[in-house]
Write a protein that binds this ligand. Structure first.
Ligand code: PCA
Length: 209
């Protein structure tokens, strides 16, 4: 029997904030089962819930023992693929989450460090995205909503596993979400899917970027 491929875990979120879709899940699920840089992509959907998303993520980490983890979320209003540099130890919601929770000025983990830096090769990812003509930037804030919490919990959970690549990527709205939002940027889903492919490849094999 051939050895099964190492796994890379991609997560996306369910819809929130009155939207009927979340492009992060649309983009991530399009890659389920794909083989990239000698790894098999496994996907999981996280609920846009401060309480439940970390539980689903940590259960997936235990179950799958992935070689790399990239969590993906929607950042409505942003024009580019955002490679998040840092997660901070704050939950401060602007709107209720999908469970009706609305935390203000709370730590993600009491007594946790102020912040965790991404463990993705951000510059290699950025260069590879630009080489593929995909608009992308390094972002210095993942916000203070569920995505920031998920990124913080991910990096906290893996803090002793230094060899493992892990981080967070925000993607823009898709065009169908901005039909009546004059001036709000969007990016076609196929570009976000292509971006995730590029990011996974550059992460698993930075020399190829
Ligand atoms: N984006 C939100 C949470 C879920 C998602 O897709 C955020 O940026 O926190």
């Amino acid at each position: 029997m051939p050895k099964p491929l190492s796994r890379v875990l991609l997560t996306g979120f369910d819809a929130f904030g009155g939207e009927s879709i979340n492009p992060s899940w649309e983009a991530v699920s399009a890659l389920h089962g794909a083989r990239i840089a000698g790894h098999r992509v496994i996907t999981r959907q996280l609920p846009t819930s401060f309480a439940r998303a970390p539980r689903v993520l940590c259960a997936a980490l235990r179950e799958l023992d992935p070689a790399a983890v990239i969590c993906v979320g929607q950042a409505g209003g942003r024009a580019q693929i955002s490679l998040e540099r840092v997660a901070i130890n704050v939950c401060d919601a602007r709107i209720a989450d999908n469970d009706g929770a609305w935390p203000r000025e709370q730590p993600v983990i009491a007594d946790g460090p102020d912040a965790y830096f991404s463990r993705l090769p951000l510059q290699a990812c950025l260069s590879a995205l630009h080489a593929a003509a995909i608009p992308a930037e390094i972002s210095n804030s993942a916000g203070t909503y569920v995505c920031n919490k998920v990124m913080y919990v991910l990096l906290h959970a893996l803090r002793a596993r230094r060899a493992l690549h892990a981080g967070f990527v925000h993607i823009p709205f898709v065009p169908a979400q901005v039909l009546e939002r004059h001036g709000t940027p969007s990016l076609a889903l196929e570009h976000s899917v292509a971006a995730l492919r590029v990011i996974v490849a550059a992460t698993l094999d930075p020399s190829a970027a």
